[in-house]
Design a protein around this ligand. Structure first.
Ligand SMILES: [Zn+2]
Length: 368
């Protein structure tokens, strides 16, 4: 062994160890970048626009073909989770539901399990690529920053302006409607409602007696990070986590604002797979027995939870396989997303509706 080789063999591991433990973020690939509007650089927005324009339009999928859906399980070790057999039961229910309500044939096949922080860290470089640095940095609201709290208020204000007064009013409890009687007071109402719920969700206890939204875990619960990650995923078509998406961004619709930032599931573009899209699903809002969720969602009989999560997955597969847009006016069908966290009520209405599985002509999307 010559001295040069020996140097590398003996010292290289130390050099790598030092590099990986210093907070020298630029060289530390494992650190998930904490992006904000300040992270966005000149040209990033253009890079995102170009990226988006170049995504091919969604092609219709074939109902006679069986599509294999590669499933990745992503685990937050601090939170309750299902057993492998419960997951298997879920996959079989989803397959049946997709056939019954959408007419597509799928086969769900687990391809791996990952710990959530290291899973996100494996996308650290992706998050720093110009299109995704823009996508996340420009839209994610970091509520520890005063400027972003101002942007949250603006988001709420413009969302209220977009919706009809009747729709907005439906989200205000009856006993508050009299006092919330001007536009400014309505913005205040939703702003306070959002922050109160958002903070309460974040404080939810974990097994480690740490808060749910703690340190690096905050990023793993952000819609914008999930969105960027799903666009870049190569190893799976469907990700399911026992965690939650309860973030803040400047594109939140009123029903997400009203539940403190919770998104149960999402479907994103993906240029790497045959389906041209990926689904991300969260379990925590369905299975948590913490007070906030018991109040907002109500309790769901244990034997029903798998069926309800499966129905939520059918809704997402409507986006992914049928290419359907989001619907608000198809009550009693899986095409409508559940209102608030009232999953059980939503599920029962679908079961009771004899027309739920009769396909209606639905509008399709060119891109997600
Ligand atoms: Zn949807």
């Amino acid at each position: 062994m010559n001295s040069q080789v020996r140097f590398f063999v003996v010292f290289l591991p130390f050099v790598l160890l030092i590099l990986s433990t210093t907070s020298c973020g630029k060289f530390n690939k494992k650190e998930i970048p904490s992006l904000s509007k300040q992270s966005v650089q000149t040209g990033d927005e253009q890079a995102f626009d170009t990226y988006y324009e170049n995504i091919p339009e969604l092609k219709p999928l074939d109902k006679s073909k069986v599509y294999t859906i590669r499933v990745l399980r992503v685990k937050d070790n601090r939170l309750p989770d299902w057993s492998s057999s419960e997951y298997e039961e879920l996959y079989r229910e989803i397959e049946k539901g997709v056939k019954k309500y959408l007419g597509y044939r799928i086969q769900m096949k687990e391809v791996g399990q990952k710990e959530i922080v290291s899973f996100f860290a494996s996308f650290s470089e992706t998050f720093m690529q110009p299109p995704f640095r823009f996508w996340v940095g420009n839209h994610y609201l970091r509520l520890d920053l005063e400027e972003d709290r101002k942007r949250l208020r603006e988001t709420i204000s413009s969302e209220i302006q977009k919706r009809s007064p009747q729709v907005v009013r439906n989200y205000i409890p009856e006993n508050r409607r009299r006092e919330v009687d001007t536009f400014e007071k309505t913005v205040d109402f939703f702003y306070n409602e959002f922050l109160q719920k958002h903070i309460e969700i974040g404080k939810t206890d974990t097994f480690e007696k740490t808060p749910l939204r703690d340190g690096v875990y905050e990023i793993t619960q952000q819609y914008m990070y999930w969105s960027a990650l799903l666009m870049n995923l190569r190893e799976a078509d469907f990700v399911i986590t026992n965690s939650i998406i309860a973030g803040a961004d400047d594109g939140m619709p009123i029903y997400v604002i009203n539940r403190g930032g919770v998104t149960s599931a999402l479907t994103e573009n993906n240029i790497h797979n045959e389906l041209q899209g990926t689904i991300g699903m969260t379990l925590f809002p369905f299975i948590s027995n913490e007070e906030f969720f018991l109040v907002a969602r109500g309790s769901i009989p244990k034997h029903r939870v798998v069926y309800i999560v499966a129905m939520m997955a059918v809704h997402e597969f409507g986006h992914l396989l049928g290419r359907y847009r989001e619907y608000y006016d198809q009550p009693g069908t899986p095409y409508n997303a559940p209102r608030g966290l009232a999953y059980y009520d939503w599920y029962r209405k679908i079961l009771k509706n004899p027309l739920a599985k009769i396909p209606v002509k639905l509008e399709t999307l060119e891109k997600y």
